[in-house]
Design a protein around this ligand. Structure first.
Ligand code: HEM
Length: 283
């Protein structure tokens, strides 16, 4: 398949994938399938998808490098914009929950720290989505890159918002923090190690350690739970999979996928060489 066709199908599949959670939510809303507290569930679902798409948009640069597959850059913008749109929807549902009373909404944002940081993250994502067009890129020149670095503090605030609102169970937020750590460590790694198996292994272990640190730190500081209790839970086979296991699995999954991709590329190259040798006679 030509590269133009690959990019076309990749973009189309991404668009469909990005719309599916919203369509599913709309359908469940319409068919009254969102349980006893539909607004709360809808807030949670849209919040989760915002974090997922935010992490996916940050993962595209590392993915392009480790899989050595250029078309991936073509979908970065739309995934980033989708993250901002889902954040907007999440906020709209919250406003609806407050009976559209904007004064109450503003007071709540000013009063509750987790809402304040969520709102700052939302404003940052909105600014990034608006300025993501080629026109803005041209207009802002070198400042465009500087502005788009905002995505990192926005992601930190979003994950902190996730932790704080999770209250007693921070499992999902811990997984998000571990995956974000993977992406950040990758960026600060020596360039040579970024695409090597050893580097990817160190990344998987490092991100798992960060997830453990977040989980033990959070439960220790907020709920006064002994960190050893968390660590014991993490080695208890009855409690698998714990958040740290999921982060480790994701890190190891990347290594397996990279190995599969490299084997496929190598196989294709060998096959082409054999084909050329067979069909084109040497003089
Ligand atoms: C980029 C911005 C934001 C992100 C990424 C985000 C993400 C999330 C996530 C992941 C959850 C938890 C979902 C779960 O537990 O499954 C959540 C919950 C929530 N978020 Fe946000 N959020 C953002 C902005 C906001 C804003 C601006 C508001 C309102 C001012 C808000 C209000 C809430 C509320 C009320 C909950 C549920 C709290 C509860 O059930 O007690 N979020 N958000």
């Amino acid at each position: 398949m030509s590269i133009v066709r690959v990019v076309f199908w990749l973009r189309l599949a991404t668009l469909v994938g990005l719309c599916l959670p919203a369509l599913d939510l709309a359908w469940r809303w319409y068919t009254d399938d969102l349980g006893a507290r539909p607004v709360t569930l809808a807030t949670h679902i849209t919040g989760d998808w915002t974090v997922i798409f935010l992490l996916c948009s940050l993962a595209l640069t590392p993915a392009r490098a480790v899989f050595d597959w250029m078309p991936l850059v073509q979908i970065r913008r739309r995934i980033g914009v989708a993250a901002a749109l889902y954040a907007g929807l999440h906020f709209l549902i919250y406003i609806a929950d407050q009976k559209w009373n904007l004064i109450v909404v503003a007071l709540e944002i000013a009063k509750r720290f987790y809402l304040t940081i969520g709102f700052i993250a939302l404003l940052s994502l909105a600014a990034l989505a608006i300025t993501s067009t080629n026109g803005w890129q041209r207009r802002l020149k070198r400042n465009w890159k500087r502005l788009h670095w905002l995505v990192y503090p926005a992601a930190v605030l979003a994950i902190l918002h996730f932790f704080i609102q999770s209250k007693a169970n921070v499992s999902e937020a811990t997984v998000a923090a571990g995956l974000f750590a993977w992406l950040m460590i990758w960026r600060f790694m020596p360039t040579r190690l970024r695409t090597e198996y050893l580097g990817l292994l160190l990344l998987a272990v490092g991100a798992t350690a960060v997830a453990l640190l977040f989980e033990t730190g959070w439960y220790g500081l907020v709920n006064h739970v002994d960190p050893m209790r968390i660590l014991r839970a993490d080695i208890n086979p009855d409690l698998v999979p714990r958040p740290a296991h999921k982060v480790l699995l994701a890190g190891l999954g990347v290594i397996v996928l990279v190995a599969a991709r490299r084997l496929a590329v190598q196989g294709k190259r060998l096959w082409t060489q054999r084909y050329i040798r067979r069909t084109i006679p040497t003089s």
